[in-house]
Structures are given as structure tokens and as C-alpha cells.
Design a protein around this ligand. Structure first.
Ligand SMILES: [Zn+2]
Ligand SMILES: [Zn+2]
Length: 304
């Protein structure tokens, strides 16, 4: 094996460490709450298990849902690709891209007003698509690369990510609230001496710590959903044909929510894919519904 290949394999393996860490903490919290603390009240155990299952389910889906990539319509046709590769001058390369882009639903440009092209993936970037260097691919409606799920958060799993934050918050809040009375007893030393004491102490600390750290991320992402903005777009406004516009993709509050969670409220809290894929100017491109650019273009308020 070539050294670079070995290095790449090591990097891939190491990238799972944060995920394994979270999984171990979750397993321990289950053991500590159900086995050690053993509240033995049906209502406690019922709520605990519902939040635990929803949390694990949405976490799993966030980790293992592959990011969506641009559809083949966004690749250059063979002849144009050869021309593009032979060409040295950026202006002529742009001419080729512009020619291909006329048949594509593209509204955003680079800061300099050029067609956005990924040299690495050799694809015209659909609106809201960005190249992730960690995943080494172009990801539709990329939000950010999350080390805690070792995956890109984007069009295909953004709903799962929001639900993962929601249920981890519910899970931690519930644990912290129901362990609080035992935690107080710990300090007033009313709790009988046993190794359960150690678990009670740590359950409360860990749950409270996770609560605090998740809460800010959770509220920030809810705000982003309401604005139909990705984290990348919040840092740098997308550039349209007539300049940057940070609200360029906003369709109004309720439609923005529906873009991520779908039209049927029944499915909003379930980690099943319901994000809008088929409406607006970009619909019907490609063969997967999601299509190359749909994730971006359909979200656009009006073509400009
Ligand atoms: Zn790329
Ligand atoms: Zn990534």
C-alpha cells in the first residue's frame, strides 16, 4: 500500500473517534439510568425510553445518510469537458461554462460573478452546493461538516441533524430533571453509600453539560431554518446575478420550515426524509427528485 493510502485510511479511522465517544457516553447513560439508578416508575422509564429511541434513531440517520451530490446534468458534456481541460485562459473556460449553464437552473455566482465550478469533482456547482474537503465531494445545500457525526450535514440529512439536536436536548433535560432530586441527596448525604452514587453524580453533570452546549447550537439552527439559510450562507451571503443577498433563498417563515420538514406536520418529528424536493424552478432536473440543483434552486424566491 502506498503511504498516502495508509495515511488516508488512518484519517478515516480517526474521524470516527468523536462518534464512538458519543456512542459510549450514550450507552453508559442508558446503563446508569436504567440499571444503576433504577427509578422503577413506569412513567420515568417510558419517557426515558421514548426519548432514548428517538435520539438514537435521528443520530443514526444523521451519521449514515449519504450527502446528496450534484446530478449528472451538472457535469460538462464530453466535448465541452475536453475543451475546458485543454483551455488555459480562465476567460475562455468561463465562456464554456456559461454555454453549458444556460440549460441549468442556476441563480448564484462566485463573488467575481463567474459560474461556480468545482475542479476537483469536475462539476458545475448547483446553487447552495459546496465542496467539502473532508468528504472530498460536492454536497448539495451543504451546511457544515460535523465531526460529531463524521458526516456532512446538508440537503439529505439536515432534518435528521435538527431532530438529533432536538432529541439529544430532550434526553439530557429529562435525565437532568429526574436525577436532580438524587443529586441533591448526594450533597446532603441522604443517599445510601453505593457505587450508584457515582453514577448519579456523573449522570447529572454530563446531562447538564451536554444540555448547555447543545442549546446554543439548537437555537441557532432553528433560527437558520426560519430564515432558510445554511451555516455557510450565514457566514457569507450567497451571490446572485445582481449581487449578494443573505435572504435570497427565503420564501417566508412557514415555507422555510416546510423546506426542511416537509408539508405534512405528522412527519415533522420523525427522522424520515420529508424535505421538499419537487417544486420551483429547479424541479425535475436529474433522476433522483433531489436532482443536481433542486436543493438550491427550488428554494429561491424568484429567478433573477
Ligand atoms: Zn467538488
Ligand atoms: Zn463533509
Amino acid at each position: 500500500m502506498a503511504p498516502t493510502h495508509v495515511l488516508r485510511c488512518c484519517q478515516r479511522g480517526l474521524a470516527w473517534i468523536p462518534v464512538i465517544f458519543i456512542a459510549l457516553v450514550v450507552c453508559w447513560s442508558y446503563y446508569a439510568y436504567v440499571v444503576e439508578l433504577c427509578l422503577c416508575k413506569f412513567i420515568y422509564l417510558a419517557v426515558f425510553h421514548v426519548s432514548f429511541i428517538m435520539f438514537v434513531w435521528s443520530y443514526w440517520k444523521t451519521i449514515f445518510t449519504r450527502p446528496s451530490t450534484p446530478s449528472k446534468e451538472f457535469c460538462l458534456p464530453k466535448s465541452e469537458k475536453e475543451q475546458y481541460e485543454k483551455e488555459q485562459r480562465p476567460e475562455t473556460q468561463q465562456e464554456i461554462l456559461k454555454r453549458v449553464a444556460t440549460s441549468l437552473p442556476l441563480y448564484t455566482r462566485t463573488g467575481a460573478g463567474a459560474i461556480r465550478y468545482c475542479d476537483r469533482c469536475q462539476v458545475i456547482k448547483p446553487d447552495r452546493c459546496h465542496h467539502c474537503s473532508a468528504c472530498d465531494m460536492c454536497v448539495l445545500k451543504m451546511d457544515h461538516h460535523c465531526p460529531w457525526v463524521n458526516n456532512c450535514v446538508g440537503f439529505s440529512n439536515y432534518k435528521f441533524f435538527i431532530l438529533f439536536l432536538t432529541y439529544s436536548l430532550v434526553y439530557c433535560l429529562f435525565i437532568a430533571a429526574s436525577v436532580l432530586q438524587y443529586f441533591i441527596k448526594f450533597w446532603t448525604s441522604d443517599l445510601p453509600e453505593s457505587h450508584a452514587k457515582f453514577h448519579v453524580l456523573f449522570l447529572f453533570f454530563v446531562a447538564a453539560m451536554f444540555c448547555i452546549s447543545i442549546l446554543s447550537l439548537f437555537t441557532y439552527h432553528l433560527w437558520l431554518v426560519g430564515k432558510n439559510r445554511s451555516t455557510i450562507e450565514a457566514f457569507r451571503a450567497p451571490v446572485f446575478r445582481n449581487g449578494p443577498d443573505k435572504n435570497g433563498f427565503s420564501l417566508g417563515f412557514s415555507k422555510n420550515i416546510a423546506q426542511v420538514f416537509g408539508d405534512q406536520k405528522l412527519y415533522w418529528l420523525l427522522p424520515v426524509f420529508t424535505s421538499v424536493t419537487q417544486s420551483g424552478p429547479g424541479a425535475g432536473v436529474g433522476d433522483r427528485g433531489v436532482a443536481g440543483g433542486v436543493a438550491g434552486n427550488q428554494l429561491h424566491r424568484q429567478p433573477r
